[in-house]
Design a protein around this ligand. Sequence first.
Ligand code: C2E
Ligand code: MG
Ligand code: MG
Ligand code: MG
Length: 290
Amino acid sequence: GVQQIARERLVQESQFEWRQQDTSLSLLDGMHLALQRDEFYLEYQPQFDSRSGALVGAEALMRWRHPTLGVIPPTVFIQEAENAGLIQALGQWALRETAKAWCQLQKLLEQPLRMAVNVSFPEVADPSYAQQVIDLLDQVGMPPQYLELELTETAMMRDASVSLLNLRQLKAVGIHIVLDDFGTGFSSLSHLSDLPLTGIKLDRAFVSPLPDHGPQTHIVTTMLELAKKLRLETTAEGVEDHACLEVIRHLGCDRIQGYIYAQPLPLEELISQARQGFKTNSDFNQGRLF
Ligand code: C2E
Ligand code: MG
Ligand code: MG
Ligand code: MG
């Protein structure tokens, strides 16, 4: 369940720290230069309409191809980038890359996708953030209604006044604002009506264990009902198998993201799979990934 997934994440991350110490390399030193050296890249994980099964969007996820340590996951370096004051530059880079990817996809696909980008607290704490985003979209030529920004509750609520002003301005121009990792962390249900949201994303810690015959199903059912009453769009992340997909669909979740359809993909791979039409990846159930 939730605790097991949290434990797995901790194990992954501590193994990484061990490797890092082992090479006695400071991650931070490299990070300052990594952006200039083009060592960061994005992968895009597709999102599907739960009723029609159509490809409707993709979440941009950052990776760092480190010259000696290999590919470093965002769970390891995002926090470091926040502490080092680098996340604003990284975030702007990710947004621009994603907007350019949208333009490329839009020419190739029949329906334009909605692209989701993750945003950290220091980004929305900058009073000029909303205007920067709006200007960037305008420069690149991506209409705001195709952008979705994903923030966690802590990112939205710390020093709430500036971040809320930014988010209200972004929502007002048609950008989708979703609460990421909903249900984990310091959740307060009142945030769902206080914050300028268009949707919520159920954390995979709740989604992946479904179907169970106990509390998880009740929790997810209730979260989805509440979101629907508040007219918030719902996305489930971490849908890994058919049984889970069936439950999530049955419970009326709007959008699906997870390994059952695809892992995060390089842009070229997203394009070629989108053209062929995605199929649920039944091999995943037998423990094979593609
Ligand atoms: P998140 O936004 O909640 O992203 C979902 C994570 O779950 C991704 O991990 C994704 O690869 C993984 N995932 C999706 N479907 C499945 C599934 O079916 N099974 C399993 N086991 N995992 C699944 P990833 O790419 O390692 O990203 C981790 C976190 O790093 C993200 O969580 C987000 O908080 C942060 N992050 C990633 N890119 C950025 C970025 O550009 N900016 C910021 N600020 N944070 C980012
Ligand atoms: Mg996210
Ligand atoms: Mg999430
Ligand atoms: Mg998450």
